[in-house]
Ligand binder design. Structure first.
Ligand code: ADP
Ligand code: MG
Length: 657
């Protein structure tokens, strides 16, 4: 009736497809404790108050001078729970946009993560809710109907959004609405009526939301009518002295600001005085958030100016520390920081560098005093911190001191570079590494054999980022990084420790003849065929030339469209029985065709060990089948073996065509 629009003021709409699916999951997931919904709704209400407080900096009339607060009303008889705030509020369009669509790109990933979890793991799914900006929908875990009544700051009409979470929502004008803000009313499901209990709400608020920087009150109806009690006073936790804050309070606050459920591995709370004055309360989480590898690589630290929230969009730490959560509250920055100022303000730049230094120092301390806790941090965020090794040359040494590695002698990880260098073998001049896309493949790599036989430790690098820093870093402690697949590995200078591998080698001249024959067969596929020192048990492997890039690196870089396409070198193990027999035969000048076929098989097998496919799969398979047939045939030829051989060559021909 009061609506100015011609059409019916009540409108029913379908949720966006993604939201509908997410809601279905939320409602049907088997969370043993859906408590999380309350924290999410309180956090939205607090955000709305902080947003309004910030807007009021330029237009004081918006708050009308009232205290911003959150009020929770449990109604046990009606099985209803209301969470109301006098924050920024929403217009009709905002209600539709914010509560009917997926606002953030991460949500699709979130939904997948939830879908992939079986019921046993579903509990950990709740850890994701806050991180992905889907907190509001968690209300449907406990409510059969949710009604959101809102009036945006600055006046205007109030609107009511209602949904039972099954696929549609309705928006209509609201007759009875407060002057400003939002109230979220939940009609609780039969099995979740507990949430209308005053004691339950009080316990949950004190437990999960005790340090929300906006006061939280509870409104109850007793014998003397309605009364309101304050549960949380809304003072900023970070403004209190450290000595007055317990570890639990820090953890609760971390969970509130980060939308996380884990324990922080490291808490840094400091008041900085000097050229500028600010307080930082920073947390290093112990678990990876799901958007850690998002291409925008943005940090999430919040910037406050004199207790007023300003933005979570300021670059307060470099991208390689983007996993750090928490806030910085400045005493000196202007309250009206514009977008451009966020990028160019020299005070912010100085702050960023000071925060970076502080975080790295504190992490070093943690690594020294609590190595087990630090190991968790490195497991979760090492791959991100390594980005700093090539992005932040100035702090490379500090980052090297924090880096931990899996190596051939310490495959479970935790190896420091300094310890690697201290344990280097006599005559060893480089820090050796192997890069690849999985640890299993790396540990099985034939390239490591000669190193193992000499007791030389090799770093096993399986993070994509490794391909970048090993190329740019100048080395550590004066020792260059060198790939095990690159160039002549200089292993001759270092004695064998494993006597089983003392070589009983093929004659040098014989192996030279064999190498020439193989090169002739493989032609342009390889740049060279030569004797290897790096092999112990495998007959052959592929390596890059001394000048060229590591082969695995090339593959990783090649994926990004800048591969260099250099041809590999095929190295032969002179002490392997197969190579010895072959080179003896090659020397007599006979059996050129046997050498030819074996050359293809050796080449293909070396490619497979590098995680590639043989260049010509049909030809490789054909020769393999022929070899198998010979194997089956050799003790006592049978008809059966012949038929395998025939099938093999037919298969090969048709594939090649
Ligand atoms: P997030 O809080 O991470 O953005 P939510 O699903 O919790 O995601 O909320 C979605 C959006 O709905 C919020 O970003 C905000 O714009 C809006 N919203 C939710 N609750 C309120 C509220 N109490 N007051 C104003 N806006 C709100
Ligand atoms: Mg939220």
């Amino acid at each position: 009736m009061t609506s100015q629009t011609e059409t019916s003021p009540t409108e029913t709409r379908a949720f966006e497809a993604d939201v509908a699916r997410l809601l279905h999951l939320m409602v049907h997931s088997v969370y043993s404790s859906p408590d999380v919904f309350l924290r999410e709704l309180i956090s939205n209400a607090a955000d709305a108050c902080e947003k309004l407080r910030q807007m009021a900096l330029t237009d004081a009339s918006l708050t009308g001078g009232d205290t911003l607060a959150i009020e929770i009303t449990p109604d046990k008889d009606a099985a209803r729970l209301i969470i109301a705030d006098n924050g920024v509020g929403m217009t009709r369009e905002e209600l539709i946009e914010n509560l009917g669509t997926m606002a953030r790109s991460g949500t699709e990933k979130f939904r997948k993560a939830l879908e992939e979890k079986d019921s046993a793991e579903a509990e950990s799914g709740k850890a994701l809710i806050g991180q992905f900006g889907v907190g509001f929908y968690s209300a449907f875990m406990v409510a059969s109907e949710v009604t959101v009544t809102s009036r945006a700051a600055g006046g205007g009409e109030a609107w009511r959004w209602t949904s039972d979470g099954s696929g549609e929502f309705t928006v209509a004008p609201a007759e009875d609405a407060p002057a400003r803000g939002t109230s979220v009313e939940l009609t609780l499901r039969e099995d979740h009526k507990d949430y209308a209990d005053e004691a339950t709400i009080e316990r949950l608020v004190r437990h999960h939301s005790a340090h929300v920087p906006v006061p939280i009150k509870i409104r109850t109806t007793g014998e003397d009518g309605a009364e309101t009690r304050e549960l949380v006073d809304g003072t900023a936790l970070w403004a209190k002295p450290k000595s007055e804050i317990t570890a639990e309070e820090y953890t609760d606050f971390y969970r509130f600001t980060a939308g996380a459920f884990d324990e922080p591995a490291l808490t840094v709370h400091a008041r900085v005085e000097g050229r500028q004055e600010y307080t930082c309360l920073l947390f290093v989480p112990s678990m990876q958030p799901f958007d850690l590898f998002d291409p925008d690589r943005k940090g999430r630290l919040k910037l406050y100016v004199r207790r007023v929230f300003i933005t979570d969009d300021a670059d307060l730490v470099p991208p390689y520390l983007r996993f750090v959560r928490g806030l910085v509250d400045s005493e000196d920055l202007p309250l009206n920081l514009s977008r451009e100022m966020l990028q160019t303000n020299p005070m912010l730049t100085q702050m960023k560098s000071a925060l970076t230094r502080r975080l790295l120092t504190e992490m070093k301390k943690l690594a020294d005093t609590e190595p087990e806790t630090y190991a968790k941090v490195w497991d979760a965020f090492g791959a991100v911190m390594k980005e700093g090794l090539y992005e932040d040359a100035e702090r490379r040494d500090e980052l090297f001191a924090l880096a931990r590695f899996r190596t051939t002698t310490q495959p479970d990880g935790g190896r420091k570079l300094a310890d690697y260098v201290a344990d280097m073998k006599e005559n060893q001049t480089a820090i050796y590494y192997a890069v690849g896309d999985s640890f299993d493949r790396l540990t099985a790599s034939p390239h490591l054999e000669g190193f193992k036989a000499r007791g030389i430790e090799v770093l096993l690098l399986a993070d994509p980022v490794d391909a970048f820093w090993v190329r740019t870093a100048l080395g550590f402690d004066g020792k260059p990084f060198k790939s095990v697949t690159q160039g002549s590995a200089d292993l001759d200078q270092i004695p064998l420790t494993d006597q089983r591998h003392v070589p009983d080698e093929a004659k040098a001249s014989d192996i030279a003849t064999l190498s020439a024959l193989i090169k002739q067969t493989l032609g342009e596929r390889v740049s060279e065929v030569k004797t290897s020192t790096r092999l112990a048990t495998s007959p052959a492997c592929l390596v890059a030339s001394d000048m060229g890039y590591d082969r695995q690196l090339e593959k990783i870089v090649g994926r990004q469209g800048q591969g260099l396409g250099a041809k590999p070198i095929l190295e032969l193990n002179p002490s392997h029985p197969l190579i010895k027999t072959l080179s003896a035969r090659a020397a007599t000048g006979g059996a050129a065709d046997v050498v030819g076929d074996t050359a293809w098989l050796l080449f293909g097998a070396a490619q497979i060990m590098d995680g590639e496919s043989p260049t010509d799969s049909a030809e490789f398979t054909d020769k393999l089948v022929t070899a198998m047939a010979a194997l089956v045939r050799s003790p006592a030829p049978t008809d059966h073996a012949d038929s395998i051989s025939t099938e093999g060559s037919e298969g090969g021909e048709s594939d090649a065509g």
